[in-house]
Design a protein around this ligand. Sequence first.
Ligand code: Z5A
Ligand code: MG
Length: 237
Amino acid sequence: MARRGAFIVVEGLDRSGKTTQAEIMRRRIQAGGREVVCIKFPDRSTPIGKMIDSYLHSQSDLDDHVVHLLFSANRWEFASTILSYLKQGKLVLCDRYAFSGIAFSVAKSSETPISTASHSESSLEKLSPITLPWARAPDSALPSPDLTMFLDISPEVALTRGGYGEERYEKADMQRRVRNVFEEIGRQVGATVEEAGNGRWVVVDAGRDMSAVTEEMWGHVQPLLDGVDSPVGRLWE
Ligand code: Z5A
Ligand code: MG
């Protein structure tokens, strides 16, 4: 039976070079005569994506739980498309995925320590913070990547790449918290790889020059170019 395509995710902090490297990978894969499809989350083209875009540009305000579910719904909008590309033997290269969803929502939720909140804010009536298990739930059973490359960079080095832009989460302090949650996610994916089929999680030092990062990533991608025999896994299952 023909092999299915591999599902490869590029994750990382802001300015770590995800989009740049995904584009370099796409060109290399195509130059080798293989079919590759690039996907990026959030996909801002759908009605849900437009709501996310408006939120990221601070043009609308939404409860953190709602935003989290919108990001997840945006991925579910493309889940069957991803499966169909993989079935056709195409390699799917994805710029951010569910791991970003978890990392940003959990990091944001830890922004205001309970001890510094005012009495009324810390009352029982306040919605509970977003925990890692809660954040994982809406994405569970999504197509699981065969490989996730986490581009790691310190917020200090990221700042030297043009500084942070105008969007909501583009602040050094938030990026630091996001990095910590990503580390925890990496441990969880690593720990569950055997029983849960979450694929491999590799950390790539993205603070180096572009070609060094490309070569390391290429070393991880190459073994998957000829496709995969096993069925597509389901995230966190
Ligand atoms: N978000 C969320 O909360 N929940 C979710 O479920 C998802 C996302 C999926 C928008 O995402 C926000 O949504 C994001 C997470 C949140 N918020 N933040 N922060 P996005 O993907 O649209 O945002 P992002 O803006 O991708 O990050 P980015 O700035 O596009 O970063 P990048 O793609 O990693 O970097 P890049 O564009 O490839 O490179 C940035 C610059 O650095 C550029 O000038 C490059 O030429 C340069 N560069 C790249 N690599 C190097 C090296 N190695 N050396 C020197 N310079 C370099
Ligand atoms: Mg990008």
